[in-house]
Write a protein that binds this ligand. Structure first.
Ligand code: 2AM
Length: 477
């Protein structure tokens, strides 16, 4: 017998993905650098389906039916290159190597190009949903050639999460690095969502004066409305959790220094290169970074500022409703920014990404799964060339209805000294886009003054320069 798919790299993600394939009726060849892990998988989960345990690269490749589908689930970076170097010489034209790790899309583009010379399809694939998703149905974002998707797509559709309407949470995103690019932006949006939720929590705690358990209840209520999402749901779970050792709320015994692995940072780095303003995502990355600077924070203790004044019970309830509005409006902005980055990447790299399809496959399986994504899908389905999510009528109306409360929350936060970088950046983005005139005109004037960088006029075509050091007359550039 031969296997329809093979998985090498059997740490928890690889192992769960292999089990997912097997549970769906596929024969799965298994391989790991250290073969003890291969044997352990078969021992523990062998009865879940058909596995072929292999000990060597040659044996592994030989176990796969042609064209081969070989999934690599090793640590992103050098390990991926090492594994490709090991397997590529054993593969034949038409075979596929699928990288399901969190690779940088530029690495994926390079690997795809190199392997194409050998007629091997390299399929860089975003996989979201963590360990649980890998086992029971992740959201899958494959890039690579259309031929590879024709062969692999049906299998991915089978093992993927299903949205509420039953649609599999997988689509062929686009050529070469498109899948990993979209996964990167997914993670950037995830950072922004988490930061916005964190700010809402902080405001409910410090301004409204609610306890973590009470805030858990508020989040649970929010989760029944338009904010219905996995992240809101788990926020309630984390907030109501009590530390067994101390009896204190769990959030009060965890060190307040957020860590990160890099995909959020990449989202911002690439956005800077593409010239896309992802201010909300950037603030989320910076907020984690700031939290980790313990020396700076220690040195800043005692700097003057207001202490939050807690509200009365009646006021607190009303304030919580306003925070929900601020959170929702800010969330619309971060998705607007994330989808702008995907559109810009698609344009730059010629991927022709269907933004509605991306929203559709994020509806299930992944960390940012949310009812909200079905509405983003609908917005792009109505108009594929939507210039921005904010130009969709429904979202524009909602954000318009939320804005008074959004501003009120930021006024309270500012007065009381509660940092809200995510909410604030989102509102600044919204107001900047709305503005009839921006102070960028002044910026242009300054640039022309010190560097003769020239400017364009509102009333005539062409570039101009003012002779600032002379008689200040204007000359054409
Ligand atoms: P290991 O079990 O032999 O350590 C996550 O680290 C997974 O990637 C593990 O399955 C690990 O194999 C594998 N891995 C890490 N670096 C690797 C490399 N350079 N070559 C092959 N597999 C590697």
């Amino acid at each position: 017998t031969s296997a329809q798919i093979g998985v090498t790299g059997l740490a928890v993600m690889g192992r769960n993905l292999a089990r997912n394939f097997a549970r769906n009726g596929y024969t799965v060849a298994l391989h790991n650098r250290t073969s003890a892990k291969t044997r352990a998988l078969v021992e523990e989960f062998g009865d879940e389906g058909d596995f072929i345990a292999t000990e060597s690269a040659e044996e592994f490749v030989a176990a796969l039916e042609r064209p081969r589908r070989l999934v690599v689930m090793v640590k992103a970076g050098e390990a991926t290159d090492a594994v490709i170097k090991e397997f590529a010489p054993l593969m034949e034209p038409g075979d596929m190597i699928i990288d399901g790790g969190n690779a940088h899309f530029a690495d994926t583009r390079r690997r795809e190009r190199e392997l194409r010379e050998q007629d091997i399809h390299f399929v860089g694939t975003g996989v979201s949903g963590g360990e649980e998703g890998a086992l029971n149905g992740p959201s899958i974002m494959p890039g690579g050639s259309p031929e590879s998707y024709a062969s692999l797509g049906p299998m991915l559709e089978k093992i993927s999460a299903k949205a509420e309407d039953g649609a599999p949470c997988v689509t062929h995103v686009g050529a070469d690095g498109a899948g990993h690019f979209v996964k990167m932006v997914h993670n950037g949006i995830e950072y922004a969502d988490m930061q916005l939720i964190a700010e809402a929590y902080q405001l409910l705690r410090e301004v409204a004066g609610y306890s973590p358990a009470q805030i858990a209840d508020i989040f649970r209520t929010w989760n029944t409305g338009r904010l219905d999402s996995y992240l809101i749901e788990i926020t309630a779970e984390v907030l109501k959790h009590v530390d067994a050792a101390t009896g204190k709320p769990f959030v009060d015994v965890v060190q307040d220094q957020a860590e990160q692995k890099g995909t959020g940072r990449w989202t911002v780095q690439i956005a800077l290169d593409l010239g896309v303003p992802v201010s909300g995502i950037a603030e989320a990355v910076f907020a984690r970074s700031l939290s980790g600077h313990s020396e700076l924070r220690a040195a800043s203790q005692g700097l003057p500022g207001p202490t939050a004044q807690q509200l009365s019970e009646a006021e607190a309830g009303a304030f919580a409703d306003q925070v929900e509005q601020a959170l929702y409006a800010s969330k619309i902005v971060s998705y607007t920014q994330g989808f702008h980055e995907i559109a810009a990447g698609s344009e730059e790299y010629g991927w022709d990404i269907d933004l509605g399809a991306v929203a559709a496959i994020w509806r299930g399986g992944c960390i940012i799964r949310a009812a909200f994504l079905d509405r983003i899908r609908a917005a792009y389905d109505t108009r594929a060339d939507l210039p921005s999510l904010l130009s969709d009528k429904t979202f524009a109306q909602e954000i318009g209805a939320a804005q008074d409360d959004w501003r009120a929350v930021l006024v309270a936060a500012t007065r009381q000294g509660v940092p809200t970088p995510g909410f604030s950046a989102a509102l600044a983005y919204y107001d900047a886009l709305r503005a009839d005139r921006l102070p960028a005109a002044l910026t242009q004037g300054q640039r022309d003054y010190f560097g003769a960088h020239t400017y364009r006029r509102t009333d005539r075509e062409g570039s101009f320069h003012t002779l600032w050091g002379g008689d200040r007359s204007e000359v054409g550039a």
